[in-house]
Design a protein around this ligand. Structure first.
Ligand SMILES: *Cc1c(COP(=O)(O)O)cnc(C)c1O
Length: 370
């Protein structure tokens, strides 16, 4: 059997190993330590924010921001339906009512439907949270969203978990809203094996989420607490790994772009399509669009026979059993993207031999699907 090609494996080598070893040898095995501070400074710079707080995951990052905002059952949380569940799970855990909004053909949220949802939510008199998602590393039009959120007095948070290194209109992912989050999970653009960050310009928010992430300890000699916190801080060892990853981000972005361009070339002269390009996208995963779910499933199966991992696009939240009966604006576009979309292998470490194996499957499929 050929070696397995994974969807989006970590791109690490000796550089990461030696950074982690150096951190280990420095004695800072605990959370806190110089690497966490350095990683945060680098993340603030990357996102063009004043503050970055490194935590254990993007899920934790969202939970901390929403806890700071005091989100509870009096809130409505508007989120795109086409996303990973972590976008909305913290809002739900804290008691907010989720309202889902469809995508446009780019995969990101449909702004006209978003405005409809915001205006309906404003009429209820309840507090409103909007969490945008830079889907598959493709940024939203932050200015338009910020304007809508101001108009309807909604708090704007951005889930840029998939969009590390992406830009839009000259702005960095992570630069928008009250706060944004990044993920450094193993399959994301860069990884700390598991990790995330909060990016913000709001000092109060930054200080509070950092404190919340460390059991809400007061700054005194003994353990003094005035509120309930979490144990969500990133460890020094993982921050060392993150710093090494950040220093090769340009290489990763280039490789991801090469992957996408390769796939587009493969599909030339066939009926295979892709999500339309968005300026500044990080090409975290390349998404191919087929005619229907039958074609999607048969292509995934063909890949699997060659020991190549692919995956359908996110299943929309409004189709998930756990969200049965929740309000949804539109839904047909995300349903279509789910049934037609397939995430192609997009690792930064794909070799020419790997790409040839993948191309062979695509051309075999294109011939059979004609
Ligand atoms: C991966 C992902 C998350 C969660 O990130 P973790 O670091 O694994 O908690 C949140 N939102 C989106 C859109 C993601 O893709």
């Amino acid at each position: 059997m050929n070696k397995r090609i994974f969807l989006s494996p970590p791109f690490v080598d000796k550089a990461e190993r030696s950074e982690v070893e150096l951190a280990f040898d420095s004695g800072y095995i605990a959370p806190c330590g110089p690497k966490v501070d350095a990683f945060e400074r680098a993340l603030a710079k990357l996102s063009t924010r004043k503050y970055a707080v490194a935590v254990s995951s993007a899920t934790a990052a969202l939970e901390l921001i929403l806890t700071h905002l005091k989100v509870d059952k009096s809130w409505i949380a508007i989120v795109p339906t086409l996303t990973f569940i972590a976008t909305v799970s913290s809002a739900c855990r804290l008691g907010a009512e989720p309202w889902f909004v469809d995508s446009d053909s780019s995969g990101n949220i449909d702004l006209a439907l978003l405005e409809k949802a915001l205006s309906d939510a404003a009429k209820t008199g309840r507090k409103i949270l909007f969490i945008a998602v830079d889907l598959y590393g493709r940024c939203n039009n932050y200015d338009k969203i910020a304007k809508l959120c101001r108009k309807y007095k909604a708090k704007f948070v951005c889930d840029s978990a998939e969009a590390v290194g992406a830009t839009y209109n000259g702005r960095s992912s992570g630069s928008s809203g009250l706060a944004s989050v990044y993920s450094f999970n193993g399959n994301k653009l860069i990884t700390t094996s598991g990790g995330g960050a909060i990016l913000t310009d709001d000092k109060k928010l930054a200080d509070h989420v950092k404190k919340l992430s460390q059991q809400s300890r007061e700054n005194v000699l003994w353990y003094e607490h005035k509120e309930i916190g979490y144990n969500f801080r990133m460890s020094n060892l993982l921050a060392a790994l993150g710093l090494a990853q950040l220093s090769k981000m340009d290489v990763i972005l280039k490789a991801k772009k090469r992957n996408r361009e390769f796939y587009i070339k493969c599909a030339e002269g066939t009926k295979l399509e892709f999500l339309p390009p968005i300026e500044g996208e990080n090409n975290w995963l390349t998404i191919m669009l087929l005619k229907n779910s039958r074609e999607r499933d048969s292509l995934i199966k063909l890949f699997e026979e060659e020991n190549i991992e692919t995956r359908p696009v996110w299943k929309p939240m409004h189709l998930q059993k756990v969200f049965n009966g929740c309000r949804v604006y539109g839904g047909k576009v995300s349903e279509s993207l789910f049934s037609r979309g397939i995430c192609l292998p997009s690792g930064a470490g794909l070799t020419d031999i790997d790409l040839k194996r993948i191309a062979k499957v695509i051309s075999k499929f294109a011939i059979s699907a004609k």
